[in-house]
Write a protein that binds this ligand. Structure first.
Ligand SMILES: Cc1cc2nc3c(=O)[nH]c(=O)nc-3n(C[C@H](O)[C@H](O)[C@H](O)COP(=O)(O)OP(=O)(O)OC[C@H]3O[C@@H](n4cnc5c(N)ncnc54)[C@H](O)[C@@H]3O)c2cc1C
Length: 417
């Protein structure tokens, strides 16, 4: 069968990888000149299989007023009169309760654990080279209250299959000596040995090479203007240059841009851009940069070593489809990072980047068929697209093949998003 995948980000590429195992003739189309150049380019680098709890948590609504008043807060929100945005915001608020957050966490863990097994298989069989680090992750807590809450959650997490340990300040520093300058600022940390890190862009580039060797065709510099059905039960793709492409199956993996393009087909998906920022710092003082992946819980900033670089990422801004770097936000991120790892490298030389997480209100992706016979969705992985990429790609490939997926597909259907 001929399969056309729309979007050469990490989700489109992993989908192509698993579909190509079924022997189909596959093409991947992207408006950019290469793979992995949008949100998959410089993300937080975390393969965070155990930390999948959604942003819509029980305590979030109470914190919003404080975040809105502080220009340097980790979350920023621009009021919008767009009905889609209003609906997304209401759905997000509705999801901010303990029972929904627990349910989402349980469902996402099934996909993240599958993703972990699959990426390990892929690393072994394909000899991937993407600065992969089985680094473990330490979530640092500054206040006693937040550390105590995290310790109380350990039993819940353990029941779900996450092996985690609470460490006091000294133990945190023993495990990660580069944290020594923070001695008086941290109360403790939760350490998860199974978490990993890697460069998502390099992962995409590796996959591109593997897929090309399998005969997958890449159609770069091709911008989609419209998805069209012309009254039929099949969809075709109209490009900006007026070419029309059709295929037996078409997979939408267009990240944040999926929402607008699907609208023309009267498919409403709850995917909105949640903007974030990253810095990539060449490490100059090896002992002053962490080997373990670090999350600064209260500041919502993550740090991961990828090769000889330190990736720092954070911020969640609901400000529409705007990828421009806001200097005030990136300066706030630089300031946070300088305060934590002041001597890791020269922050003036850090590569600055902004990207749009394709976020759903509950924090779950949509991996599903549509009412059109040849159209499939693999979108909305939000803040976890790198972590969930292999599981999402495999799940979609199983659905196309009519096979029973390892993870129940209904968990990630559009109706359950
Ligand atoms: C600051 C930040 C930090 C993050 N940190 C992490 C992390 O640590 N761990 C993790 O797991 N995830 C993280 N994420 C999330 C992760 O990066 C995303 O979920 C993931 O990259 C989404 O992949 P995608 O393939 O869906 O989208 P994309 O990578 O955006 O790919 C979509 C592709 O579609 C193409 N496209 C769009 N419109 C058109 C069109 N009209 N015509 C043709 N092509 C088109 C684009 O060019 C693009 O290549 C982070 C994200 C951000 C922003």
């Amino acid at each position: 069968m001929e399969i056309l995948i729309l979007g050469a980000g990490v989700i489109g590429l992993t989908t192509a990888y698993y579909l190509s195992e079924q022997g189909h003739k596959i093409s991947i189309l992207d408006k950019n000149p290469d793979a992995g150049l949008e949100t998959s380019y410089a993300n937080g680098a975390q393969l965070s299989y155990s930390y999948v709890a959604p942003l819509a948590g029980p305590g979030v609504i109470g914190k919003v007023p404080k975040w809105l008043l502080n220009p340097d807060s980790p979350l920023r929100f621009r009021p919008s009169l767009d009905p889609g945005d209003i609906c997304w915001n209401l759905q997000f608020m509705k999801a901010c309760n303990a029972s929904q957050s627990d349910q989402t966490t349980r469902e996402l863990l099934q996909l993240s654990f599958l993703s972990r097994d699959l990426i390990h298989e892929m690393i072994n069989s394909e000899k991937l080279d993407f600065d992969f680090q089985p680094s473990g992750k330490m979530v640092l807590h500054r206040s006693t209250a937040s550390f105590n809450t995290a310790v109380q959650l350990l039993d819940f997490q353990r029941q779900l299959g996450c092996e985690q340990f609470a460490l006091n300040t000294e133990e945190c520093i023993e495990k990660e000596p580069s944290l020594a300058p923070l001695k008086n600022q941290i109360t403790g940390g939760i350490y998860t040995p199974s978490e990993e890190a890697g460069d998502c862009y390099k992962f995409c580039q590796n996959l591109k090479t593997i897929l090309q060797a399998r005969g997958v065709q890449f159609l770069f510099n091709q911008e989609i203007s419209q998805l069209q059905s012309n009254g039929s039960s099949n969809v075709s793709v109209l490009l900006k240059d007026r070419q029309v492409l059709s295929a037996d199956h078409i997979v939408v993996a267009l990240g944040c841009e999926s929402t607008a393009l699907l609208k023309a087909l009267h498919i409403t998906v709850p995917v909105r851009p949640l903007k974030g920022y990253s810095l990539t710092l060449p490490i100059e003082n090896d002992g002053k940069a962490p080997n373990t992946s670090i999350t600064d819980f209260e500041r919502k900033v993550v740090y991961a070593r990828i090769g000889n670089r330190l990736r720092i990422a954070g911020m969640a801004d609901l400000v529409g489809m705007n990828k421009k770097i806001d200097q005030q936000r990136i300066n706030a991120l630089i300031q946070e990072a300088r305060a934590v790892f002041p001597e890791a490298g020269n922050y003036a030389q850090a590569e600055q980047w902004a990207g749009l997480r394709p976020a759903t209100p509950k924090g779950k992706p949509v991996i599903d068929a549509t009412r059109y016979k040849n159209l499939w969705l693999n979108i909305g992985q939000g803040a976890l697209g790198f972590t969930l990429a292999t599981g999402s790609g495999k799940l979609l490939a199983d659905l196309v093949a009519g096979k029973e997926p390892t993870v129940p597909a209904r968990l990630f259907s559009l109706n359950n998003a």
